[in-house]
Ligand binder design. Structure first.
Ligand code: KIV
Ligand code: ZN
Length: 512
């Protein structure tokens, strides 16, 4: 059995299925590029047949990514598979991931098909997929709750049809580690041709055990592919988190004995990018990528770490992309220092033009804020995504007045297709007044479904990062804005969301 553990990232497919996490094509491409830098083996770029928007995203990523395999999800029917193959045409290395439910509950209530019909459809789908690509993954959806005898028949049959990877999803997050590990082991032992395919795990986090279950699938079950997402993004409580599973296998190589191709120094930048794009804030105590993951507050711990780092640290912060360089940048820092810090943070911008734009923003911020922390730099770079959108709206200036006992008022000047307009309004607070001032002119009719403010670094000098999620006619978009003034950050986030609402193609939710 191979000692290589394949990392299959599904942030752009399963991750995007979490309510409110939908991404534009450009945002997906940016994240795919970061996943390639991370040296992820397989990037599941979307579900090509689910919408024109998803088709375009898969196609764009397939054309741009050279080092990772690019995969599209597809239901087990010829139309979906043909659409996936079409989207993947430009890929250096392409995979089709086809699935059909095999649990009694799903077959009877959702598909209204008999087990024999499901078996037949799975075989036909894999046969058809193998005619169009060499790399075919098959998933029995709700596999963990399926009848083991029936599942073995399906898996044996699809291997015969040419499936190269068999993925066993715990679709509803019901498994516990020992049982899931043994389930994979049983399947591998009972399916006669099991050695002809790579076995994969795909665990959801409904009971908080997705990472533990995935690792048990590897250790006990002998799986050699883990499906996971950055920050554990995904349906409901999410998927297995890439950063946790990767660092567990790397840090405990003594136990797992497996090799990974992942360049872990790009993990923090990837986490930050996904969080900023989706508006899903990373909790401070989140393993590996949380702001406190390497912070030592207690005197005893600080003393221990100063004397010998490994007293309280099992991983090095810099190995996952937290900068070890504690020199804080400021307005006297030059372009080279800025560029070097980007490198230390695992951020690669695609062109010198992008570096220049980010550096100009850095200088602008440094004029208003004496110390620029790593978190500020990551936010600045994240703002590049806004610049790539076709900007219909842009902030020019904002003034607002608030005083105890009085209703706040705001006046905002912004551009609409290059032309300056002005809006005024009062509101419950300065933020409310400012956003109502924008709406007084735009009249978007959008409903705000999320507003959140997060201090990027520790003090009141910090920039506030605001996420605004808007919904209109079934579309959901996230806008993010950062500024030391949270009212301005809110206005930037709101205008960014309006820009996306305007430019985003229709999509329908994937059904995996
Ligand atoms: O959770 C699940 O069952 C899935 C499949 C489509 C692989 O996401
Ligand atoms: Zn899933």
């Amino acid at each position: 059995m191979s000692d290589k553990l394949i990392i299959f990232d599904t942030t752009l497919r399963d991750g995007e299925q979490s309510p409110g996490a939908s991404m534009t094509r450009d945002e997906k491409l940016r994240i795919a590029r970061q996943l390639e830098r991370l040296k992820v083996d397989v990037i599941e770029a979307g579900f090509a047949a689910s919408s024109n928007g998803d088709f375009e995203a898969v196609q764009t990523i397939a054309n741009a990514i050279k080092d990772s395999t690019v995969c599209s999800l597809s239901r087990a029917n010829d139309r979906d598979i043909a659409r996936a193959a079409e989207a993947l045409k430009g890929a250096n290395s392409a995979r089709i991931h086809t699935f059909i439910a095999t649990s009694p509950l799903h077959m009877e209530k959702k598909l209204r098909m008999t087990p024999e019909q499901v078996l037949e459809q799975a075989k036909l789908a894999v046969r058809f997929a193998r005619n169009v690509v060499a790399d075919v993954e098959f998933s029995p959806e709700d596999g963990y709750r399926s009848d083991v005898d029936f599942l073995c028949r399906v898996l044996e049959a699809v291997i015969k049809e040419g499936a190269t990877t068999l993925n066993i999803p715990d679709t509803v997050g019901y498994a516990v580690p020992e049982l899931y590990g043994n389930f994979i082991k049983t399947l591998r032992e009972r399916v006669p041709n099991s050695d002809k395919a790579v076995w994969s795990v795909h665990c959801h986090n409904d009971l908080g055990m997705a990472v533990a279950n995935s690792l048990a699938g590897v250790k006990i079950g002998g799986a050699r592919q883990i499906e996971c997402t950055i920050n554990g993004l995904g349906e409901r409580a999410g998927n297995c988190s890439l950063e946790e599973v990767v660092m567990a296998v790397k840090t405990r190589r003594d136990y797992f004995g497996l090799d990974l191709g992942i360049d872990t120094q790009h993990i923090v930048a990837a986490s930050r990018m996904v969080s900023q794009t989706t508006g899903f804030v990373v909790q401070p105590n989140k393993a590996v990528v949380g702001a406190n993951a390497f912070a030592h507050a207690s005197g005893i711990h600080q003393d221990g770490v100063l004397k010998a780092r490994d007293t309280y640290e099992i991983m090095r912060a810099e190995d996952v992309g937290w900068s070890a360089n504690k020199i804080v940048l400021g307005k006297l820092s030059g372009r080279n220092a800025f560029k070097q810090r980007l490198q230390e943070l695992g951020v690669s911008l695609d062109s010198e033009q992008e570096v220049n734009a980010a550096f100009a923003r850095f200088k602008e911020l440094a004029d208003r804020k004496s110390e620029i922390f790593d978190e500020d730099i990551l936010a600045l770079v994240g703002d590049e995504s806004v610049a790539t959108e076709k900007e219909q709206y842009g902030l020019v200036s904002l003034s607002q007045h608030s005083e105890t006992g009085e209703r706040p008022r705001a006046r905002i000047v912004f551009t609409v297709d290059g032309k300056e307009v002005c809006g005024e309004s009062d509101g419950n607070g300065p933020v409310d007044a400012s956003l109502k001032a924008i709406e007084s002119h735009v009249k978007s009719g959008a409903e705000m479904v999320l507003y959140s403010v997060n201090a990027i670094s520790g003090s009141t000098e910090s920039q506030g990062e605001v996420t605004v999620r808007l919904q209109n006619s079934g579309r959901v978009v996230n806008g993010v804005g950062a500024d030391p003034d949270i009212v301005v950050a809110s206005a930037k986030a709101y205008l960014s969301a309006l820009n996306k609402l305007h430019s985003k193609a229709d999509r329908v939710a994937a059904q995996g």
